[in-house]
Design a protein around this ligand. Sequence first.
Ligand code: GLY
Length: 355
Amino acid sequence: MNKKIILKTKNHTYSINIEPNSIVRNLKNIITKNNKLVFLIDKKVFYIFKKLKNYKNQKYLVINCSEKLKSFNNYAKISEKILDFNIDRSTKIVAIGGGTLGDLSGFIASTILRGVDLILFPTTLLSQVDSSIGGKNGINTTSGKNLVGTFYQPKLVFIDPKILTTLSKREILSGYAEIIKHGIINDIKFFNWLNKNSEKILTLNNKTLSEAIYKSIIIKRKYVLKDEKENLKNNNSRALLNFGHTFGHALENYYKYNKKLTHGEAISIGMIIAAILSYKLGYLPIDHLNKIKNHFKLNDLPMSDNQMFNDKIFKIIEKDKKNDNKKINFVLIKKIGSAFLSNNLNLNKIKKTLK
Ligand code: GLY
């Protein structure tokens, strides 16, 4: 099942291609069409790049990836190494890897020589359905996640669902958390479809998996089209994609981005907290809350962490620079398929309601 999605923002139009078994062919194609490329490759998928006969003639860096990659230090180190290749403004940066590599590569591409083209080959489920789409990039700071970065759309995105077969169950579930998020915030039909098809998706059935990736991107695209730079505060706000991320990001920060929790696991717990909060505040009917909880339980998505209501977590949420004054920008839901941005919650109210 090959699919092409066009994403047209105010200043850029690019295509997102979903095509199983395509990565080596697409890499060969872009090498034929461009003579100035710098490849940034996640070490875990270097084996794919090595399938190209002439890979040693290319300019490339193999990078050890984890959330810790997204630091000021690595941004500087990798930018210097790219500059050592004697690039110019017609050079394109090609990132082959998961979300952390994509986020760092996007930030580098948008700033190096004041911006060069970026081509993404996302190789994890999470990056295929979320982080490679829509142009957000960034690095982490001690104050929080992704607090330094830009909006910078790629020139092309190539998604090959077949390469996901080398991922662990844990990584697949992390990406799946973002897929179910799209159903919960925007599309009950998609949520119900996922309820029926999650097993096939999680066991990487080719057709169903490609369909899930496609439908997920279509939902994300709606928000990117309406609010590319996340300026809106209404029901079209791109911030609605941050459902589950308030507690999710705080948990990741609390655990110092170590392997205890992946991003997908953290937001999975964050989504359950946000759904419970939506219910306790009187927005979400109990049957919808139960439907969400059952789906998470059935598919082994993490639903809690023993530190999630630790005072330190609340302090991290309070410090998050994305909040306006003392109000927390919290995404809640009225029902499955309908999220909204609450603008009247402060930390005390959240604490009192949840504890
Ligand atoms: N991952 C949320 C966004 O791209 O806006």
